[in-house]
Design a protein around this ligand. Structure first.
Ligand code: COA
Length: 260
């Protein structure tokens, strides 16, 4: 499949999705959000894809936010629709994907860019990365889940400060806050994400998808996370992966998971 604003490449069990509007610092316009939706969906149904890595093209940005030129003249109704549609197509979609998604944050991750990184299952960053939610400097608030996911990841006080000041934090501060799991050089960023992906791929993709569902359940209103964990734990016992994993352990060999 060819896209206008993104690249999607498969290699060794990993689909790497690159947001490719470097001249606009990879800002998320409507078309890019739709294409990202299609690419994540395609990767999720592709049984050969065990991990998705998302990154930005060029040397400056992961994503410098939602495309401001597209919504500058919106009214109340259209503003609300923009946030709802974006959350449905991309941000909630990525968070709930059954395939693990790693954000490789390679520069500015601002506004919708940080929100996209936060919707991913975890993040690694290059040492030149800068992260923030500058929306209040534009007279608006984060609309792609930022007010919810940032406090989940770094705590309410730090999130409040970042949102209110519209400031940016560097990669090291993001690491100290627990917003990104690892920081490395620009050149080592994708190799690091791929190395972690390699570790993930050794494990049962079926169990991992159930773990994603159970962990996410903790953050959903009205959902009993412990209940989801119990149910999914039980469901694992009906899978071929569980049979293979436990048999391989008892036979003192490496598991070769069928992914079922
Ligand atoms: N939406 C639309 N266009 C954007 C954009 C965004 N969020 N972020 C950057 N761009 C565009 C710029 O308009 C510029 O386009 P042009 O060359 O056609 O004028 C191009 O990308 C390069 O950006 P520029 O501002 O010249 O780069 P810089 O290095 O001077 O500054 C930033 C980098 C990230 C600090 C700056 O681009 C910025 O503040 N962007 C907006 C961030 C933001 O508020 N995001 C939240 C949106 S809700």
């Amino acid at each position: 499949m060819t896209y206008n604003n993104i690249l999607s490449e498969f290699n060794n069990g990993i689909t790497t999705i690159t947001i490719n509007r470097p001249k606009k610092l990879n800002a998320l316009n409507k078309e890019t959000i739709q294409e990202l939706h299609e690419a994540f969906k395609a990767a999720d149904v592709d049984k050969n894809t065990k991990v998705v890595i998302v990154t930005g093209s060029g040397e400056k940005a992961f994503v410098a936010g939602a495309d401001i030129s597209e919504f500058a003249d919106f009214d109340v109704e259209n503003g609300g629709k923009l946030a709802a549609k974006g959350q449905e197509l991309l941000f909630d979609f990525v968070e709930n994907l059954s395939t693990p998604v790693i954000a490789a944050v390679n520069g500015f991750a601002l506004g919708g860019g940080l929100e996209l990184a936060m919707a991913c299952h975890f993040r690694v960053a290059s040492d030149n990365a800068k992260m923030g939610l500058p929306e209040t400097s534009l007279g608006v608030i984060p609309g792609y889940g930022g007010t919810q996911r940032l406090p989940q990841l770094i705590g309410k006080g730090r999130a409040m400060e970042l949102v209110m000041t519209a400031g940016m934090i560097d990669a090291q501060t993001a690491h100290n806050y627990g917003l990104v799991n690892h920081v490395t050089t620009v050149d080592e960023l994708l190799p690091l994400a791929e190395k972690i992906a390699g570790k993930i791929m050794r494990n049962s993709s079926v169990a991992i998808s159930k773990a994603i569902k159970a962990v996410n359940a903790n953050y959903k209103d009205g959902v009993d996370g412990f209940g989801v964990e119990i149910e999914e734990f039980g469901n694992c016992f009906g899978t071929a992966d569980f049979k293979e994993g436990t048999t391989a352990f008892l036979e003192k060999r490496k598991a070769d998971f069928p992914g079922e």
